[in-house]
Design a protein around this ligand. Structure first.
Ligand SMILES: [Zn+2]
Length: 431
């Protein structure tokens, strides 16, 4: 007999965005949903009375350990922010800092109902250890930068990214997968992209990178190669079907067509794009063209939190501002991007409440003033709910937060350790 968990007494958000009262029964051993609606009792029960049971949210672009730099430098353009503040601080990261920052970010994500994410950073084994402890699902990789490095260092950085991708492409009982992650089309040289993207194909891992984030990033590619960034990306071997890129803010109609034909996904990061004044991604046009669009918070230094509910609202709002049409990026589109879209981009069988899907769930408490009355649950998810409304979080059939208590970690200790390390890091960076 399998070990079952019943999420009981709530309303359930179905893949077609209808909502009905019912339970969700989960096989904890398989980590799968085995019944929805009228289900038999489980070995254990999670109370969902007054709640909406929805698929766990997917944060498809993140640098989770950057929680240590939350609020460290704000109100600057991307170039200056990276070069004057973020990269010098990251150069001072000490052993154990990344693990501490990752644990803080993981607690924050569990609290906000996020069950899967993609992470690009350094010291990936430390991040993987923290994710394994947390019980979340993730696609991880080592962010490669070759600008400013000699050839030996550039090759070593790429080789580390590949070896990490090979090592962790089915870790933590399959909850952790990997990707080769060149930082961007301008921070990794063409010769390295050509060589190591091909190597990633041989290793059977997808590629994740930042692209078309700012105008300043687009111009040098157009000047040097005479082509748009995503045309250049396709030319060096990127944009395979499983690849996913972050931002895609400054994309032309031709590039959107290229994305749609290739099957590569875009991770829209509206808060980061607004905060760094990067611009407004043409999300509505991408969706109309058939491009898979997911949502990401980006790092906590450019957001400044990891709450995907904020991205839901930002994506819906910004989509209207970008097009001048109030029906662009409607509530359902935003919720779809944060759930099924994210799961598709990261290659997880999650993001929907259906028999056979991964048992990755967020249980949102609707018994609160700001979610009353309920004319439309999906509207509330997009426009009124926040991560703090999440009552229980379940990933791979395991309860990671019950009644707002995060179970895998001692939350107070995680916060204290991260705060201590962050202040020491800031002191070193300021010397
Ligand atoms: Zn990023």
């Amino acid at each position: 007999m399998s070990d079952t968990l019943r999420v009981a007494g709530g309303a359930v958000l179905h893949p077609d965005f209808t909502v009905s009262d019912g339970d969700v029964l989960v096989d904890r051993d398989a980590g799968e949903i085995i019944a929805v609606g009228d289900t038999p009792a489980g070995d254990e029960t999670v109370d969902a009375a007054g709640c909406l049971v929805m698929p766990g949210l997917v944060n498809a672009h993140c640098h989770v350990a950057m929680t240590l730099l939350r609020g460290y430098a704000d109100d600057k353009q991307l170039d200056a922010w990276l070069q004057e503040d973020i990269w010098p601080a990251e150069a001072e990261l000490a052993d154990g800092d990344i693990r501490a920052g990752a644990r803080l970010g993981l607690v924050e994500m569990i609290r906000a109902g996020t069950t899967a994410f993609a992470d690009m950073y350094f010291e990936v084994p430390e991040v993987v250890d923290a994710i394994t402890e947390a019980g979340l699902r993730a696609r991880v990789g080592h962010g490669v930068v070759t600008v400013g490095k000699d050839d030996a260092d550039a090759v070593a950085d790429n080789e580390e990214a590949l070896s990490v991708a090979r090592e962790f492409n089915d870790a933590a009982d399959g909850r952790i997968t990997s990707a080769y992650m060149p930082h961007s089309l301008t921070t990794v040289g063409e010769e390295y992209l050509r060589e190591f993207v091909a190597a990633a194909r041989e290793a059977d891992v997808p590629v994740h990178f930042h692209a078309n984030e700012t105008e300043q990033e687009v111009e040098p590619i157009v000047d040097e190669h005479g082509s748009r960034p995503l045309e250049y990306a396709a030319d060096v071997g990127l944009l395979a079907e499983d690849d996913f890129l972050a931002h895609g803010v400054h994309t032309t109609a031709g590039e959107i067509e290229l994305l749609a034909e290739s099957g590569a996904s875009v991770v829209h990061c509206p808060a980061s794009n607004m905060k760094l004044a990067s611009g407004m991604a043409p999300v509505q046009a991408m969706r109309e063209a058939g491009v898979t669009v997911a949502l990401g918070t980006d790092g906590a230094a450019s957001n400044n939190d990891l709450d995907v509910f904020d991205e839901l609202r930002d994506a819906a709002m910004l989509g209207k501002l970008q097009t001048g049409a109030a029906d662009a990026v409607p509530a359902r589109a935003a919720v779809e991007m944060a759930t099924a879209g994210g799961a598709a981009a990261l290659g997880f069988d999650s993001g929907r409440i259906e028999v056979g899907a991964n048992a990755d769930l967020a249980v949102v408490d609707f018994d609160v003033p700001h979610l009353t009355p309920v004319h439309d649950h999906v509207s509330h998810l997009a426009y009124a709910a926040t991560g703090q409304d999440v009552r229980h979080t379940i990933c791979d059939g395991e309860v990671l937060m019950r009644d707002r208590e995060v179970l895998p970690f001692d939350e107070a200790a995680v916060r204290e350790q991260a705060a201590q390390r962050a202040s020491e890091l800031a002191a070193r960076a300021g010397e």
